[in-house]
Unconditional design. Structure first.
Length: 147
């Protein structure tokens, strides 16, 4: 039981760290003009596709790590539930607290932290991310059984 709980916690932390590192690195390498639609803080289609890919890959890694630590069992399913529930709660709070578009005009390069604070995504994107994450965790958890 303790291994399962530890697997869920470590898996979630690893997924979080990998996602933050990936998003910061990609934004630093690609820049604001690639990441946002012209003259706005709306995420570009390229960013959205890349975002889903990063979520999927990091979730698979997290599910695998969770399964390895827990030595099988239902821990990856528990992690998938945590990812889905917390992700949907965060999406719900972001939707309720932040307007979808402030119509603020973006000019030139934007530092990483400012980009994170001002970025806007369609509502469906914010709710699809946790679903992709949960599916990725389940896939990663099943990879452990094959090895």
């Amino acid at each position: 039981m303790l291994r399962s709980v530890l697997g869920v916690i470590v898996g979630y932390i690893v997924m979080f760290i990998l996602q933050v590192a990936a998003f910061m690195t990609i934004y630093t390498m690609m820049g604001a003009n690639w990441s946002f639609k012209p003259a706005s803080y709306q995420a570009s289609t390229r960013w959205t596709v890349m975002q889903f890919a990063v979520i999927g890959v990091t979730a698979i890694i997290a599910g695998l790590i969770c399964a390895v630590i827990a030595k099988g069992g239902k821990a990856p399913l528990a992690l998938a539930a945590v990812v889905l529930v917390l992700g949907c709660l965060l999406a719900l709070s972001a939707t309720a607290l932040r307007p979808a578009d402030t119509h603020e005009v973006r000019t030139g390069d934007v530092p990483n932290m400012e980009a994170m604070n001002k970025a806007r995504h369609p509502t469906w994107v914010m709710f699809l991310g946790p679903v992709i994450g949960a599916v990725g965790v389940v896939i990663g958890g099943k990879l452990r059984r094959r090895t």
